[in-house]
Design a protein around this ligand. Structure first.
Ligand code: ADP
Ligand code: ZN
Length: 609
């Protein structure tokens, strides 16, 4: 393929009418030989930014991607479009590798996906130097960031591309966009001269919802049943055991669920991932080992039942919901225990001081997001240096929390912490402090004679859960600190003094009764994600889905690779009678028209009969 213009490629190969957002500017910049750094949220359409230039420019595009498990899907999807694509990674055997290398040297490839560790090997660098390269695309570029959540040491070596091929344009892409990560990418990949394209990071179709954790299995079950029964979703938890536990629990409750974590054997992991990709009603209960690069467009919810380590991670993980632009939910249940546990994990890790400090700061920002009385989206985007108006589509906006004067309550907690430390030179955790305030004579209280303290029993006016909420807010706003060396015990901070002295009024968020209660949910029912089709078209859509699944099985690719839901719905709605009619539908490119056009028209005709 040579000098065809970018929009022609977009229309004939991909079947899309026009570029979205900054895609066109990025494509033109790259086609004309410039370097680019592209920051776009998940689902915005990053792939086209290098796939179109790859087809317009002479030579083969080299795509660096850390996601070995997904390369095959990406390449399959391109092949379905009639694009000459291949990949090189450790899943191929020797003869397959030789075949790909030969195709590359003959100039028969448009795109070649390579895992970074392989790319940096001498054999591969040698190979590349013997062929013609149209561009380098570095996907998931945040993997080069040491402080990010996905650091891959191999990415550090990628600056060699610029040294060896100074005239080949490079494009680095990521959905992670803190200023810090961005700077690191630029520096480590030598992209100082690259033009930056930064899209808005808002994902307006995602509803954010954070609740207090009390009985997390029941809460999760309730959430899925109420809002996402029969939908495809991901549940994130911290430990491997828990993923298996929860998957089993959900299955028993009639929700199709599978576990996924790095400890499962490779075959099972691959099987679970393949099923998740293929099926449209499966819940994957996973550690964060799962999900990067999963480009399944119809994930309808992402639930966190443990606190993510950072806002960046949270944003990435929740971003896997609703890539198709249809309504989706990001739901999280968290409690103080999560914060304490993670602080301990940070302290016990092998990282150096800088690492620990940074991890603690990241956790802190996460806590801030959870405890905010502000729009969640405003908070989230502020983290990425972007400003928006309150969104109207998060739990805070939909159900604004009542504020109350929590100064006295705060003073009670702070003085309990102060007394314990002053009189006994000891620190205690949150649960114990609350027991003291509420006047509970637990064993620990009596053994330590804490029932003789003046603060004993001064907090009968609030419930346990209200006290926990006050405590979390004090932590989130730095009036209290977790003493890491004391294993998650509580300590005063510099800010505590003003409150203790009565020099500062503290307005706190009231935990709504309903939020604290067991099963009721404060969210309005999720808007049903799609514009509903008229009954006839709906029936066609259902039938077309069956047809699609059969074809997908035959080709051993995910269903959406054949046609995605949006395209299939449009076909069902338009009910085209000719190939020409069909060709006008978004997502039907020349190759797919060739491959499936007649089958679809016939299928639709038969349905009429
Ligand atoms: P990202 O990599 O940014 O998460 P993708 O490249 O996977 O996003 O694109 C998300 C979805 O949007 C895909 O289904 C893709 O085909 C579709 N898409 C991208 N660009 C366009 C466009 N210009 N017109 C129509 N659909 C598009
Ligand atoms: Zn909001």
């Amino acid at each position: 393929m040579s000098l065809s213009s970018a929009s022609q490629v977009l229309q004939t190969v991909f079947g899309y009418e026009s570029f979205r957002g900054e895609q066109q500017a990025i494509v033109e910049h790259l086609v004309s030989g410039g370097d680019a750094l592209v920051l776009m949220p998940t689902g915005a359409g990053k792939s086209l930014c290098y796939q179109v230039p790859a087809l317009v420019r002479e030579g083969c595009a080299i795509v660096v991607s850390p996601l070995i498990a997904l390369m095959k899907d990406q390449v399959d999807a391109l092949k379905e479009l009639g694009v000459q694509a291949a990949f090189l990674n450790s899943t191929l055997d020797w003869s397959e590798i030789r075949a790909v290398e030969r195709d590359f040297l003959r100039g028969e490839l448009d795109l070649l996906y390579i895992a970074p560790e392989r790319l940096l090997g001498e054999r591969c660098l040698q190979l590349l130097s013997q062929g013609q390269i149209s561009l380098f695309a570095i996907d998931e570029a945040h993997c080069v960031s040491q402080w990010g959540h996905d650091f891959r040491p191999e990415y550090m070596g990628l600056s060699i591309l610029h040294e060896r091929w100074p005239h080949v344009p490079r494009i680095a892409l990521t959905a992670t966009a803190t200023t810090h990560t961005r700077k690191e990418i630029i520096q480590r990949l030598a992209l100082g001269e690259a033009k930056q394209f930064i899209a808005s990071f808002d994902r307006p179709n995602i509803t954010y919802h954070i609740v207090e954790k009390h009985d997390v299995r029941r809460q999760l079950l309730h959430f899925i049943r109420e809002e996402h029964m029969g939908d495809s979703g991901i549940v994130y938890c911290l430990s491997r055991n828990k993923t298996e536990d929860i998957a089993e629990f959900l299955s028993k409750e009639g929700i199709k669920a599978l576990p996924y974590h790095a400890g499962l054997d490779v075959a099972r992991r691959a099987e679970h991932q393949a099923r998740f990709q293929q099926e449209d009603d499966l819940v994957m209960v996973a550690t964060i080992a799962f999900g990067m690069g999963i480009n399944k467009p119809d994930v309808r919810f992402v639930a966190h039942i443990d606190l993510p380590k950072s806002v960046e991670g949270y944003y990435q993980e929740t971003g896997r919901a609703g890539r198709d632009g249809l309504a989706a939910t990001a739901w999280m249940a968290y409690g103080l225990q999560d914060v304490v546990q993670q602080r301990k994990m940070i302290e016990d890790s092998n990282g150096d001081e800088i690492f620990k400090r940074r991890s603690a700061a990241q956790l802190d920002a996460m806590l801030g997001l959870c405890e905010t009385a502000q729009c969640r989206r405003v908070r989230l985007l502020a983290y990425f240096d972007q400003q928006i108006e309150p969104c109207g589509n998060c739990d805070v906006c939909l159900n604004p929390p009542k504020m109350w004067d929590g100064t006295v309550a705060a003073q009670k907690i702070l003085s309990a912490v102060y007394r314990l430390f002053k009189e006994r030179d000891q620190r205690f955790g949150a649960g114990h402090i609350i027991d003291i305030l509420r006047g509970k004579k637990t064993d620990r209280v009596t053994q330590n004679q804490h029932d003789t303290l003046s603060v004993f029993g001064v907090g009968q006016d609030l419930s346990d859960s209200a006290w926990r909420s006050v405590l979390r807010q004090l932590l989130a706003n730095h009036y209290l600190a977790l003493d890491i060396e004391g294993y998650g015990t509580l300590a005063l901070t510099e800010k505590s003094r003003a409150v203790l002295k009565g020099e500062e009024v503290l307005m706190l968020r009231q935990e709504s009764e309903r939020m604290a209660s067991k099963s009721r949910n404060i969210m309005p029912k999720a808007k049903k994600p799609v514009i509903s089709l008229p009954p006839e078209a709906e029936e066609r859509f259902v039938q077309l889905k069956k047809w699609r699944l059969a074809i997908a099985r035959e080709h051993e690719v995910p269903a959406y690779v054949i046609f995605n839901d949006a395209t299939l719905r449009q076909i069902a709605l338009n009910n085209p009678e000719t190939l020409e009619d069909l060709s006008f539908i978004s997502g039907v490119g020349a190759h797919k028209l060739d491959a499936y056009g007649e089958a679809i028209i016939e299928f639709l005709e038969e349905m009429q009969a």
